[in-house]
Write a protein that binds this ligand. Structure first.
Ligand code: AKG
Ligand code: FE2
Length: 364
């Protein structure tokens, strides 16, 4: 099982970025100092470790489900492939996403399960999934989703209050009962070809949605901190999830919350020879929510937008649904017709990466 295999330790001698460690229990209890720490993390880098999340058993069960699914014959998995139209639920085969504007194919497989399909099971909302998903719907998929949703909701409402928004405002835009692109994602990356190669598994991106609740075992995830031009590994720490802010919350908050650019490359040093597994829950606004800064709900947000060098970024005019589908569609290798297609696949990383390092978008 991916979570339990003995893996080489994360090396000490690679450039690593430390993250603040936020204690979920303390956040839930409303501890002021811990809430300030979360605020610091969400506004400065947009990434943090989350400890005491009590989701380890659910995460391990999802890795079992993910491994069983990835072991199915390719032609079976292909029955559930996402396709090239912008759908993000189902199986993403290796080689179907582009990692650059030239259309270089990726090497990672995903299994994305919709929150709507999982929670409505046995009713189908969006699509069917491989039999392994249904075999584990009650012992893995639903428990993982429900736990992740609870955690994201608590973090989000804490940020809601710090942003000076009326109580429950962000919650109104992320209603569980409404259809959304919320999903779990299991990712499998094959062993790297060369120990030293910076082979890209996921090219530089920002996450589409509001909050991501990530679990990985091997290194490979990297961030480019604000104002920096280098990539730094985020060290996986047992029992610590990695959380990050996505574009939707960055936009709604007028840029106060940071959706930081990140990527995944071959795990460092001896870890490169191993399969890399990761698991994410993506918390996203429900379909139909227009992505724009909540300037009428918070003076703090209104002020941030008024001072922004490019306020247009915070009034996209696009719904969460359209935003997601455009970006997913334009990352497909088949649709990658050049720089304009690549640009359309980007979210706020366009601004972040361009500002920090103009060459990195075209390199990766
Ligand atoms: O696999 C990881 O560590 C990160 C995955 C990620 O960034 C994503 O799926 O958006
Ligand atoms: Fe990501």
């Amino acid at each position: 099982m991916p979570g339990l295999t003995t893996l080489p330790p994360f090396p000490e001698d690679v450039p690593t970025h430390s993250l603040l460690v936020v204690d979920y229990h303390l956040i839930k209890e409303g501890d002021d100092a811990e809430i300030d720490k979360l605020w610091d993390a969400a506004t400065k880098l947009g990434f943090w470790y989350l400890k005491n999340h009590d989701a380890d058993a659910e995460v391990d069960a999802m890795f079992v489900m993910g491994e069983e699914t990835m072991k199915l014959p390719l032609d079976e998995k292909m029955k559930y492939e996402l396709g090239d139209g912008g759908n993000s639920f189902g199986y993403k085969a290796a080689g179907t996403n582009a990692i650059d504007e030239k259309g270089t194919p990726d090497t990672t497989e995903f299994l994305n399960v919709s929150k709507d399909d999982a929670l409505a099971y046995p009713r189908k909302v969006h699509r069917d999934y491989p039999e392994t998903v249904y075999a584990h719907i009650d012992d893995a998929v639903k428990p993982f989703m429900l736990k992740s949703i609870d955690i994201c909701n608590i973090l989000m409402s804490t940020l809601n209050n710090k942003l000076g928004l009326p109580k429950g405002r962000l919650h109104e835009l992320h209603q569980l009962e409404k259809e959304s692109h919320c999903q779990s994602r299991c990712i499998k990356k094959p062993p790297g070809k060369a120990v030293s190669a910076d082979e890209l598994a996921l090219s530089a991106h920002t996450d589409y949605g509001s909050l991501s609740f990530l679990h990985n075992r091997l290194g490979g995830l990297q961030v480019m901190p604000p104002g920096d031009t280098s990539w730094y590994y985020i060290k996986p720490i047992p029992g610590h999830a990695i959380c990050n802010v996505g574009d939707a919350l960055a936009i709604m908050s007028g840029g106060i919350l940071r959706s930081n650019v990140h990527r995944v490359i071959t795990p460092p040093k001896e870890q490169a020879a191993y399969e890399r597994w990761s698991l994410v829950y993506f918390h996203r606004p429900h379909d139909g929510v227009v992505l724009e800064a909540l300037v009428n709900d918070s003076p703090m947000i209104a002020d941030a937008v008024a001072r922004a060098p490019n306020p247009a970024v915070f009034k996209t005019g696009e719904t969460a649904d359209a935003w997601m589908m455009r970006r997913v569609r334009m990352r497909r290798a088949k649709n990658m017709t050049g720089p304009e297609a690549w640009r359309q696949s980007l979210g706020t990383e366009h601004e972040n990466v361009e500002a920090a390092r103009p060459v990195s978008v075209s390199v990766y």
